[in-house]
Structure formats: structure tokens, C-alpha cells
Write a new protein. Structure first.
Length: 278
């Protein structure tokens, strides 16, 4: 055994084994169901909770917001601890049904939350759950309110702007790179195929970037519009409110850059109408 581990092959085997263990650990092999879900999803719904998870994910979009609907009576503080590593960098809202209202727990897993951003994290945890008790029997509407609260927090600079990024841990990239290198050394044809795939990936990424920019512009405009409607303090015509509600219903259905741009024009038009009222 000593001779084996001193050989080049033995050392390489140990290194690969270490990378494999690192990949399993950072990839969440020991995570519970909740943590595994929020690694790649913005919504977790416990068994027995009635919610259209796909619709809820569309409402949240690419915000750095994670909503967890746990079963009634669940320990939400423990739930926050469970997802701390999986949802790091995001604002987490944990909910559970408690009669005619929600039991809530805000969990701001923001950068430097224990140091210079402690105050901002505390404010974010309080604001994100504001107003959701009005929709205790309609969890999807409660998530829409949380999304609006999040946008207001971004606009105020309480939470950082930008989209949530879900990516594989570093060791997975290292292992994948080693596999690709072995394939390239063994077959030039696969190398050419990989290049073509890379060019396609770049085009797809450019399209996604353009869509992400359009989403960001739409979210920023919607946050400003929401504040304008709040500032009108009841002086707004009913038509503005009706158009705003229809706009909120249409936003989760947007899929393409053209959809986001069309919605942004509607936001701008409503914003202009609000300015004329004031």
C-alpha cells in the first residue's frame, strides 16, 4: 500500500478521490429535502401545502428571494438553519399556516450579514413579510406581495440588486474539466463538436443576458410604479389600479425579451399616468 500511494498513479487517485468527496460535500449530498430544493429553486413547498410551485417560481423570477412554505407548526428558525448554506446570498422568507394568518420568519442570508450589513439584514427580514397575512388563504398572492416588498428593498438599497445565480460548485467544474480534457486528447472529432457546442452556448448565454437585462429593467420600473401608487394615497383613478392589477397578473407569464420589453412599456405608460395625477 505504501508503494502504491507513493506512485504517480496512486497520488493521482488520492487527489481525484479527494475532489470527488469535496464535490459531494459542497454539492449537498447531506442536505435535507428543503435544502436540496432551494439550491436550484426559489420556492420550496412542504408536502400537504396547496400551492402551484411553478407559478410561484414565475412570480419570483430571478430575484435573490427564496420562499419556503412549510407545514403548519413547523420550526421556521430551524428551517432557516437548514438552508443557510444552500440559499447563501439570498433573502429567505419562511411561512407556515397558522389559522387565519401566517407564522413567518425572515432569514436574510446576505453578504456580511453578521458584520457591517447586520442592520440591513434585520430590516430586510422585517419588510419582506409585510402585508402577506391578508392572503393567508391564497399563498400565491402572498408570494406576489413578498416579491413587491423585495423590489422595494432593492430600490432602497437594503438588499443588493442583481439576479440570483445558480451554478455548480467548483469541484464539479474541475472534475468535468478533467473528463473533457481526457476526451479531447482521445478524439479530435469530439473536440470540434465541443467547439460548436461552445459557440451555441455563447449565443444562448447572450440571449439569456439580454432577457435578464430586460427583466431587471421591468422589475425596477415595476418597483417605481408601486411606490408611485402608494404615494398617491388613494387619489388614483380606479382605472390605474385595474391596469396595475392586470399588469401584475401578466408579469409572471413573460418569457422572452420581447415580452419583458412590452410589459416595461406598459409600466412606463402607467407611471406617466400616475405623474399626471400628481
Amino acid at each position: 500500500m505504501t508503494k502504491f500511494f507513493r506512485s504517480t498513479f496512486g497520488i493521482a487517485t488520492v487527489v481525484c478521490f479527494a475532489f470527488a468527496l469535496w464535490a459531494l460535500w459542497t454539492g449537498g449530498i447531506f442536505d435535507g429535502a428543503m435544502a436540496r430544493d432551494v439550491r436550484t429553486s426559489s420556492v420550496y413547498v412542504a408536502d400537504g401545502v396547496d400551492l402551484d410551485e411553478a407559478a410561484a417560481e414565475r412570480v419570483i423570477g430571478n430575484r435573490r428571494l427564496v420562499v419556503i412554505l412549510d407545514e403548519p407548526g413547523a420550526d421556521l428558525r430551524e428551517g432557516c438553519d437548514d438552508v443557510e448554506r444552500a440559499a447563501d446570498g439570498n433573502l429567505v422568507l419562511l411561512l407556515s399556516q397558522d389559522g387565519d394568518e401566517y407564522d413567518t420568519y425572515g432569514c436574510a442570508l446576505l453578504p456580511d450579514r453578521d458584520d457591517e450589513n447586520f442592520g440591513k439584514a434585520f430590516v430586510a427580514e422585517q419588510i419582506i413579510k409585510r402585508g402577506i397575512d391578508q392572503f393567508a388563504d391564497r399563498p400565491l398572492e402572498a408570494i406576489k406581495v413578498a416579491a413587491v416588498n423585495y423590489d422595494l428593498l432593492v430600490r432602497a438599497g437594503t438588499v443588493p440588486d442583481g439576479a440570483r445565480e445558480v451554478s455548480a460548485p467548483l469541484p464539479r467544474f474541475l472534475i468535468a474539466g478533467a473528463a473533457v480534457l481526457a476526451v479531447v486528447l482521445g478524439a479530435v472529432g469530439l473536440n470540434l463538436a465541443a467547439r460548436r457546442a461552445a459557440r451555441l452556448a455563447i449565443r444562448v448565454q447572450e440571449q439569456r443576458t439580454a432577457e435578464g437585462d430586460a427583466r431587471s429593467r421591468l422589475n425596477a420600473g415595476a418597483a417605481v410604479l408601486a411606490q408611485q401608487i402608494i404615494d398617491l394615497d388613494g387619489r388614483h383613478p380606479a382605472s390605474i389600479i385595474n391596469d396595475y392589477v392586470r399588469l401584475l397578473d401578466d408579469i409572471p407569464d413573460a418569457r422572452t425579451e420581447a415580452d419583458y420589453n412590452a410589459l416595461a412599456k406598459r409600466v412606463d405608460a402607467l407611471s406617466e399616468r400616475c405623474r399626471r395625477v400628481t
